[in-house]
Write a protein that binds this ligand. Structure first.
Ligand code: PMP
Length: 417
């Protein structure tokens, strides 16, 4: 019998048969509250009728309008629609399929545009599993172990983590920026440094928001040294954090923005956006790919952007995110094993720690498994796997948030019993 490779790992025991909004149903029609959203992908919920309709229409019309052979209308429309939400000046786009591919494409672009090689990433950051993206990733050795040597030209700077270091935000940001400056004089000279790549909220690395002053500090340094600031919005983009882009919380503008996951409600699509002058420094044909900007994915993305706008999902993410955070903080108050609840919008993590303040992955795993038994699907993250994250579709309602918190309360109680 042929089976799936053990190289894959499944976070929950569910065999999904269908999805509807915030719910997944297994083959016995058991209903689960899906607070994983397919790792932050099903932004409009599972099978939103408008996304389904747009995709169905497109499937019947043109599935594969290969965009380096012929252009197709959906991609032009999507580009215009993204122009309405992208930061001013980031008005040239191209498309690939996944977050990892987009990250690699952004690095290619940065190297072309600057003629420099190095990229500075952050400790705890996650940018993907393909070889180049894995080289920029340090959220956990499982992504890197045993596959080296990695792509050279990558330096890691510390990310500010107030909870882990028990420091105040200002102090932590000052420390991280000082280390960043030190890196520029010890490891990666500005004249060799093409780009800085950063997540507005550390995702796989443990759901740690970037303080606004940290992103502003990076922006200043990038400007001072002619380094490009690449913001990886693969997980934080399209309303997830309660603003359209995660970096909006910091009031900065990136040089290059990467978006994927929530963009097309489950169809593989990612986009790289930058200004005209920067994009024109890359030569024609230096970017592309067979499936990038697929017509069905583009149609789904247009419908996704319509739903996000028409149903006020960015606002909903902020509102329900606040409600969820309050609920989770109450659960944490009852259970000291949860040392920290943090995040932005509907991107929230519960960090499990021992009484000595050490990562407690065992209790986190028990709570995660118990939650699935209680009908609430969740994911873990963080270098130690001790952060249980909640990342529901942006259409989640107050009732569903309250339902999830009640199930979480039970799951945590079972995990510590
Ligand atoms: N960047 C970030 C911030 C991510 O969260 C992820 C996926 N978790 C990626 C890149 C990689 O995306 P993909 O899995 O689509 O390659």
């Amino acid at each position: 019998m042929t089976e799936l490779s053990p190289a894959l790992k499944q976070a929950t025991p569910v065999l999904a048969a269908r999805g509807e909004g915030v719910y997944l149903f297994d083959e016995d029609d058991r209903r689960f509250l899906d607070f994983t959203a397919g790792i932050g992908v099903t932004s409009t919920g599972h099978c939103h009728p408008r996304v389904v309709e747009a995709a169905q229409q497109q499937v019947a019309t043109l599935i594969h309008g290969q965009y380096t052979t012929v252009m197709h209308r959906r991609l032009l429309e999507l580009t215009e629609r993204l122009g309405e939400v992208l930061p001013t000046g980031l008005d040239r786009l191209f498309y690939v399929n996944s977050g990892s591919e987009a990250v690699e494409a952004a690095v290619r672009l940065a190297r072309h545009a600057t003629g420099r090689q190095n990229v500075i990433a952050f400790s705890g950051g996650f940018h993907g599993r393909t070889m180049g993206a894995a080289a920029l990733t340090s959220s956990g050795t499982k992504v890197r172990a045993g596959i080296g040597p990695m792509m050279p030209g990558v330096a890691f700077a510390p990310f500010p983590e107030t909870y882990r270091h028990g420091t105040g935000e200002d102090e932590e940001v000052a420390r991280a920026l000082a280390e960043f400056d030190r890196l520029l004089v010890t490891e990666s000279a500005p004249k060799d440094t093409a780009a800085i790549i950063v997540e507005p909220v550390l995702g796989e690395g443990g759901y740690v928001p970037s303080p606004a002053s940290f992103l502003a500090g990076l922006r200043r340094r990038a400007d001072e040294h002619g380094i490009l600031l690449i913001v990886d919005e693969v997980q934080t983009g399209v309303g997830r954090t309660g603003r359209f882009w995660g970096h909006d919380h910091a009031g900065i503008t990136p040089d290059v923005l990467i978006t994927a996951k929530g963009l097309a409600s489950g169809f593989p699509l990612s986009a790289i956006a930058a200004g005209e002058e920067l994009m024109s420094r890359a030569w024609p044909g230096s970017q592309g790919g067979t499936y990038g900007g697929n017509a069905v994915a583009a149609a789904a993305a247009i419908a996704t952007l319509d739903v996000v706008r028409d149903e006020g999902l960015v606002h909903n993410a902020a509102e329900q995110g606040q409600r969820l955070a309050e609920g989770l903080r109450k659960v944490a108050a009852d259970h000291p094993v949860i040392g920290d609840v943090r995040g932005l919008g509907l991107m929230l993590g519960n960090e499990f720690t021992t009484a000595q303040g050490q990562p407690d992955a065992a209790t986190a795993a028990r709570a995660h498994a118990a939650a699935a038994e209680e009908g609430l699907l969740l994911l873990t993250c963080g270098p130690h796997g001790n952060v249980v994250r909640m990342i529901p579709p942006l259409v989640v309602t107050a009732e569903q948030v309250d339902d999830a918190v009640a199930r979480w309360q039970t799951a945590v109680a079972r995990a510590v019993a």
